[in-house]
Design a binder for this molecule. Sequence first.
Ligand code: ADP
Length: 281
Amino acid sequence: MAAEAEAGVADASPAASSVALDRPQANGDHRPVILVENLTRIYEVGDVKVPALRGVTLRVEPGEFVAVRGPSGSGKSTFMNLLGCLDRPTSGSYYLAGEDVSTYDSDRRAQVRNRYIGFVFQGFNLLSRTTALENVEVPLYYSNATSQDRETKARDVLGIVGLADRMNHFPSQLSGGQQQRVAIARALVNAPELLLADEPTGNLDSRTSVEIMAIMQRLNRERGLTILLVTHEPDIAEYASRIIGFRDGHLVDDVRVDKPREAARELADWPADGWSTASET
Ligand code: ADP
């Protein structure tokens, strides 16, 4: 398992995995990062049942970059919570990196989260009285890493997101884009196989949004990181190589993007006084 290689995100290659594999490998197939079949989630509010997901089937291979779209209330958050092992489905199966996690209790789900998954949120969710370096070290407190290991790994991933010179800054001393980069570094520090990003550019201006997408594309292409990114912004979805869409608890679209937008190239061409085509809705 890549997260156990304990050598930072550089080792997040799917090929580094040695996790016990279930059904996908038994079929002679290679193992998808995500395999969900007929997933449902029904919330119970008093006597009322709210079917938020009504039977979703999806397979995501290692190294895919998937954007998740859909109107408010269509089930995106419910789906991401299930994928992130923050919640359990009402029925259906979920294999994460070959492991059937759909029946795990909350302790085992926490272990799985720590081992396989990095999270990035719209609001950055950094600890305000803690430096960038210390924020990035936080997930490592749940492992048996020494303080030296923690610092080395945190420095490595902050370097990857271009913040080597900001490690001792507090969140309030950083721009929104820099704070989101700290959050990405924090998500990477356990060398996850899967990055789940929920509206990561929702609080950022156009250029900063493209900067964040450039980092995501680089992590995806150069390090093989599998990414699922929820966004309501059509421009942002176009940086992914696959776009799936939810409506009324169903997966209604699944489209491969032949030529995704190239964030790094757009940044290189970005005019000094800015333009407004990207990520403004
Ligand atoms: P989206 O993220 O696409 O806006 P959600 O997954 O948040 O959609 O919501 C899907 C449906 O489930 C909506 O009808 C919403 O009202 C309902 N829902 C979401 N969370 C809960 C909850 N904790 N309890 C009851 N109903 C919920």
